[in-house]
Design a protein around this ligand. Structure first.
Ligand code: LLP
Length: 434
């Protein structure tokens, strides 16, 4: 069987799937399944490709990795040593970024519907605070005046591979429309804040290269108006993440060099045509692009049900990888120890969760599989572990990294006693039950 073209750092060696030169069957045996497995090399490669595509065109450029995509401390540490910044969405993500060595303004904190405590934490952490609404600044100022403030705007349009991945436009809960943004920056200036950023995040997993310059144009038009009307210069302008990756055979890779050329072109045109916004840094905050194809989910086949419809059951489900159930998202699934077997059976791959949405892949062509066979879910490095849950009281899986040809257990799997120990039954209830 040929490997799908979306499969980076993989090989088929005599019918067995290898990742970065190691047989996944051996790794599954050593660490158990379900298991998230990552290639540290591939994370570095992806970072470097994206970073250099932009950096060669604009020196004033920074890539802030979106921690929500993969918040494992090993991932964050790898990216910090590459020179990345960190885009955090919660106080806990700021704590994780700091633990991995990110400091102060290397971190940008974009919360939404933040509580006072979260605003206070963000401010005191020294991160750049990016606010999702104008009045949040009044609340933040109770804790002190930040050196720099940024606001998230809704540029009026958004795009995403699935409806649930659109984060701007008329139905989005994020950011402010242009008029409200102008008011917010006016208030920020009056409050004595001296440095400003501007931010948008309009959607995720976009493979159309033309989308990125188009959306940059919109943001630069808003930035131009704010700077002209209020006499504000920007330290940075952040066009967000959203850079897509191919999950399916028929999808093409995003040509990042071309995207960077178009985006930097429009960015610099916007600066020149306004003539009032200073010389801001260009920020991007990709998550998926950096980690997606570097991550794999290994699962063991637990039972094969044959009948009018065939089902391959395995020990990874919507609790381990939520994307198929939540968005109808497609992940390639490889029979990792039977790569050369003919794929003669049509079957849906499912987990062990008591929901019919627990469908990891519908009507896939698979070889005749048996309990004990190994499946590899591809492109699971982004929004895989970070969206996993304990539903049906299933413990979270372990995470293992391949670094320089060796495996490292970066996070142990949870155990049932882990979640039993956080519960206590009030004595009054216990008594009632006697
Ligand atoms: N910045 C902000 C403020 C974001 O909200 C996000 C993602 C990113 C950056 C990174 O976007 P990326 O480059 O990864 O597209 N759970 C979904 C993806 C939701 C993305 C939400 N925000 C999925 O599994 O596909």
């Amino acid at each position: 069987m040929l490997l799908p073209k979306t499969a980076a750092c993989t090989e088929n060696v005599n019918g067995e799937l290898y990742i970065d030169g190691l047989a996944v069957t051996g790794i599954a045996k050593e660490y158990g399944t379900p298991l998230y497995l990552y290639s540290a090399n591939r994370i570095r490669e992806n970072y470097r490709r994206m970073h250099s595509a932009f950096r060669r065109l604009r020196k004033k450029f920074r890539l802030n990795f979106a921690v929500k995509a993969n918040s494992n401390l090993t991932t964050l540490s790898i990216l910090r040593t590459e020179g990345s910044g960190a885009d955090c969405s919660s106080p806990a993500e700021i704590m994780l970024a700091k633990t991995a060595g990110f400091e102060g303004e290397q971190i940008i904190y974009s919360g939404n519907y933040s509580s006072d405590r979260e605003l206070e934490y963000g401010f005191k952490s020294g991160a750049i605070v990016n606010l999702d609404d104008g009045p949040l600044l009044e609340r933040l100022l109770r804790f002190g005046r930040p050196d720099v403030v940024s606001f998230r705007v809704n540029p009026g349009v958004g795009r995403g591979k699935y409806k649930g991945l659109v984060t701007a436009g008329p139905e989005a809960k994020f950011g402010m429309v242009e008029e409200d943004a102008v008011r917010a920056y006016g208030f920020a200036k009056k409050s004595g804040i001296g440095r400003f950023g501007l931010h948008m995040m309009s959607g995720s997993n976009v493979l159309d290269p033309e989308y990125f310059p188009a959306i940059t144009d919109r943001l630069m038009a808003i930035a131009g108006r704010i700077s002209r009307e209020l006499g504000i210069e920007f330290d940075f302008i952040d066009i967000g993440g959203g850079f897509g990756v191919p999950y399916q055979e028929e999808e093409d890779e995003l040509p990042v060099e071309e995207v960077a050329e178009m985006v930097v072109g429009r960015f610099e045109d916007g600066i020149a045509s306004a003539g009032t916004m200073g010389d801001p840094q260009l920020f991007i905050e990709p998550g998926r692009y950096i980690v997606c194809d570097a991550g794999f989910l290994l699962a063991t086949v637990t039972h094969v049900k044959k009948g009018e419809r065939n089902f391959i059951g395995c020990d990874a489900g919507m609790n381990t990888l939520l994307r198929p159930a939540l968005y109808g998202a497609y992940h390639e699934i490889l029979p990792a120890n039977r790569m050369n077997d003919a794929r003669e059976m049509t079957a849906s791959v499912t987990g062990q969760i008591c929901e019919n949405t627990d469908m990891m892949g519908k009507d896939r062509k698979m070889p005749e599989l048996e309990p004990g066979d190994l499946l590899a879910f591809m492109d699971c490095g982004a929004y895989g572990y970070s969206m996993a849950s304990n539903y049906n009281s299933r413990p979270l899986p372990a995470e293992v990294f391949i670094i320089d040809g060796k495996t490292y257990l970066a996070r142990e799997s949870e155990t049932v006693p882990d979640f039993l120990k956080r519960q206590t039954v009030p004595p009054v209830v216990r008594k009632g039950a006697e």
